[in-house]
Design a protein around this ligand. Structure first.
Ligand code: AMP
Length: 215
């Protein structure tokens, strides 16, 4: 299965990507995760990307295209793949289309998660993550048992991502509208856009995804 997961920040792409990639046993390629790893390891790419990420802006295409090329060269794509958070601009989408054409690996579908903006802001500003193991919490819906301490790894490292602060979240949504939403018509024209309402529980959204991609 060769898929892209598209949608605004906090639509649940990361959660669905994990479920889908495990279901099909396909690599999950998340440019956000790769960038965050580079930032935490303080690599040259991480240093270049950090300021954009902290502001909620997109990292420039040149850096992303390079990063993705390296990642794809190092990944076995024969059984399929799932992109999460990539592409995010028309330039990235065109680059991916031409890469997949060269490799003769056409997409099976582009899954678009649709969620209301109000829900997205609420999800983002309430989200807390563990800086040690990556576990995710929500202040209202799923707080850690002991404030600030991760239920899973026990570290006192549960905090708010800089880019989950309200102003930054609003900027990320504006950036999505301006730079990423045009991809909806790009993929509609190629007739492989599948829309899924993303406001219900992760398990319900996942069932709808499976129903649409015919698993
Ligand atoms: P995410 O976790 O996917 O929301 O990504 C977090 C941040 O990483 C974004 O707000 C961007 O700053 C950056 N980022 C991730 N993927 C891309 C991409 N494909 N193009 C440009 N910037 C990206």
């Amino acid at each position: 299965m060769r898929l892209i997961l598209l949608g605004p920040p906090m639509a649940g792409k990361g959660t669905q990507a994990k479920l889908i990639s495990e279901h099909y046993s396909i690599p999950h390629i998340s440019t956000g995760d790769i960038l965050r790893k580079n930032v935490s390891q303080n690599t040259e790419l991480g240093q270049q990307a950090k300021a954009y990420m902290d502001r909620g802006d997109l990292v420039p295409d040149e850096l992303i295209l390079d990063l993705v090329r390296h990642e794809l060269d190092a990944t076995d794509l024969d059984n399929g793949f799932l992109f999460d958070g990539y592409p995010r601009t028309i330039v990235q989408a065109q680059s991916l289309s031409s890469y997949l054409k060269d490799k003769d690996k056409p997409l099976d579908g582009v899954i678009l998660l649709r969620v209301d903006e109000k829900v997205l802001v609420e999800r983002a500003t309430g989200r807390r993550v563990c800086g040690n193991c990556g576990a995710s919490y929500h202040l209202k819906n799923q707080p850690p048992k002991v404030e600030g301490t991760c239920d899973l790894c026990g570290e006192k490292a549960v905090h708010q991502r800089i880019d989950d602060q309200e102003d930054t979240v609003k900027n990320r949504l504006n950036v999505y509208k301006k730079q990423t939403e045009p991809l909806i018509s790009y993929y509609q024209e190629q007739e492989n856009l599948l829309e899924v309402p993303g406001a219900s529980t992760p398990a319900e959204v996942f069932q709808q995804v499976l129903a649409l991609i015919g698993a």
